[in-house]
Design a protein around this ligand. Structure first.
Ligand SMILES: [Zn+2]
Length: 339
């Protein structure tokens, strides 16, 4: 009997040592100490043992059981520690790995240019006003001195919603709307999207942005217009910038002029950027036509004013030396990331 127990003990100890997982260890426990286990079978067989030997055998069995339980417990602790260590190793966080980058967008070159222009004019006491992109023909053309059949209407051919409603070709209708409200004096800029039926190329797009300005007050003269736009050009392109006013024609203003600024690349000497002329055209302007004032309910005998309009894309292209307007609309992030 003693030999049998010894054999069980050795066999169990061997299998405990070989168990390389908690599951396997449990199998060994069941095989030897479980209800149908080998050691349990010995206890069940006690009835065949001579009564005087029973205490002795009982003691042996208990010793073997205690021995095996101790061994099981020890191995279990060891396997658990190993499993924990393995788990920790697998789940370790490598703090040297580069973090997932939070992609925060940033401002489009058009937006940067717009905010710059707004900053300059707000600094001079102007108000920023917005108006509808879908506009009555009346405000887009008629009230701005462009009646039916006027050649300027052809130049600004646009998208008609119906006979009386157009996608605005300019932001000037906002000026007409503000003048009609009759709150004088007026100092405003109107930035916004405009539409013309132009083919897309490096300098044209059917949709682009304008910023138009309007000042109406008593005793406003062309000198005010010149001073304002000179200051604007210096703020935008640098303090050494010179301006040049060339006579032009716009139906909305009389007299009218186009404004050039001295090339900020070469300082006016002439370079590739200014096509050798030393000057770059930036905007159109003039004194508000008396007829326009009248149509908007303002007495041209008492009030005068000036207006100007600048293409937002033109400023963005100049400021960042971009040579193709299409880049501004393609929204290729490799391009946009540069600003
Ligand atoms: Zn130049």
């Amino acid at each position: 009997m003693k030999e049998k127990l010894q054999h069980i003990q050795e066999e169990a100890a061997k299998r405990i040592q070989e168990a390389n997982s908690l599951d396997k260890l449990n199998e060994v426990r069941v095989a030897f100490l479980g209800k149908k286990g080998e050691l349990t079978a010995v206890l069940k067989g006690m009835k065949d043992v001579a009564p005087e030997d029973r205490p002795k055998v009982g003691q042996w069995v208990n010793e073997v059981r205690a021995e095996l339980e101790g061994l099981l417990e020890e191995t279990k602790a060891k396997l658990e520690a190993e499993a924990l260590e393995k788990k920790l190793r697998e789940e370790v966080i490598d703090v040297t790995l580069p973090a997932k980058k939070m992609e925060i967008g940033h401002r489009h070159p058009n937006t940067i240019a717009l905010e710059e222009v707004e900053r300059i004019f707000i600094g001079m006491g102007y108000e920023v006003v917005e108006g509808p992109e879908v506009e009555y023909d009346l405000y887009n053309f008629e009230k701005l001195n462009i009646p039916e059949g006027h050649p300027a209407k052809d130049e600004q051919d646009t998208f008609y919603v119906n006979k009386n409603i157009v996608l605005r070709t300019q932001t000037s209708p906002v000026q007409a709307r503000v003048m009609e409200e009759g709150k004088l004096p007026i100092r405003m800029i109107a930035p916004g999207r405009v539409f013309r039926s132009d083919e897309v190329d490096a300098t044209h797009s059917p949709s682009f942005h304008q910023i138009e300005g309007l000042v109406i007050d008593k005793h406003i003269t062309f000198a005010d217009l010149k001073g304002t736009l000179e200051e604007f050009a210096k703020e935008l392109f640098g303090p050494e910038t010179k301006t040049k006013f060339r006579p032009h024609h716009f139906p909305f203003t009389e007299p009218s002029a186009e404004v050039d600024v001295s090339c900020f690349k070469c300082g006016g000497k002439g370079c590739r950027f200014c096509k050798g002329s030393g000057w770059i055209e930036i905007l159109g302007c003039g004194m508000v036509h008396p007829h326009v004032l009248e149509m908007c309910g303002i007495d041209p005998e008492e009030y005068t004013g000036f207006a100007f309009g600048v293409g937002l894309e033109r400023i963005a292209l100049l400021k960042y030396e971009i040579d193709d307007m299409r880049l501004l609309y393609e929204n290729d992030t490799r391009f946009l990331r540069q600003f």
